[in-house]
Design a protein around this ligand. Structure first.
Ligand code: ATP
Length: 201
């Protein structure tokens, strides 16, 4: 399966981009969604998290208390690494399974952390959704109704725009109307269909 990785900073338009590709019939495998699935009740990763951090990270109904877990790992790097040693392989397995199950002409793996870790190894090509920082902040504040400082703090923890662009094979610029984004994606979609054909043939 030919896999195109899609990434970009917070509020850059990853969802806007992948919604459009989904409408063209492409399967979208979403790392954010996978990270939620692997900690659902009954999943091995949730058991492992409870073994390590105790029942205090569960809510009364047995689901993960994300806030409690976040509070524990927030100021404890060792705990964070142990948590990631549980969740990252589980997320990787989940993504690989979903990619395997996909039957579209190519598959998109969308992830905010595609380039930070090993997820890029699952892809053949990297598409970055690029916007200036001011637009990222404005759109995210507007969408999530959160303070600007909070968005800026998240941006500082992510790769810089330059680092991300340096790792891109393809870039779409999302600083204008959505139609402009869609036009760029339509062209790339044709290119990806061709690359996927060559990859398979
Ligand atoms: P995150 O990493 O936070 O999940 P994202 O990269 O998926 O974000 P989106 O949710 O697609 O980003 O876009 C962020 C916000 O900006 C959304 O409210 C979306 O509707 C809006 N948006 C995206 N692209 C455009 C555009 N070209 N014009 C106007 N608004 C846009």
């Amino acid at each position: 399966m030919y896999v195109v990785g899609v990434t970009g900073g917070i509020g850059s338009g990853k969802t806007a981009a992948t919604d459009f590709l989904a409408r063209l019939g492409i399967t979208i495998v979403d790392a954010d969604q996978a990270s939620r699935i692997v900690v659902e009740p009954g999943q091995p990763a949730l058991h492992a998290i409870v073994d390590r951090f105790g029942e205090r990270i569960l809510q009364e109904d047995g689901t993960l208390n994300r806030r409690a877990l976040r509070d524990i790992v927030f100021s404890n790097d060792q705990a964070r690494r142990e948590l990631e040693a549980i969740t990252h392989p589980a997320i990787g397995d989940q993504l690989r399974r979903q990619i395997q199950d996909s039957d579209s002409d190519y598959t998109v793996l969308v992830s905010p952390l595609l380039l930070e870790g090993r997820q890029k190894d699952m892809t053949h090509r990297v598409l970055v959704v690029d916007v200036p920082g001011e637009i990222q902040v404005a759109r995210t504040v507007n969408r999530d109704q959160v303070p600007m400082e909070q968005v800026e703090a998240i941006m500082r923890a992510q790769l810089s725009r330059e680092e991300r662009l340096a790792l891109a094979h393809d870039v779409v610029t999302n600083d204008g109307p959505l139609e402009r984004l869609h036009q760029q994606l339509e062209q790339l979609h044709q290119r990806y269909l061709e690359l996927a054909r060559r990859h398979g043939g």
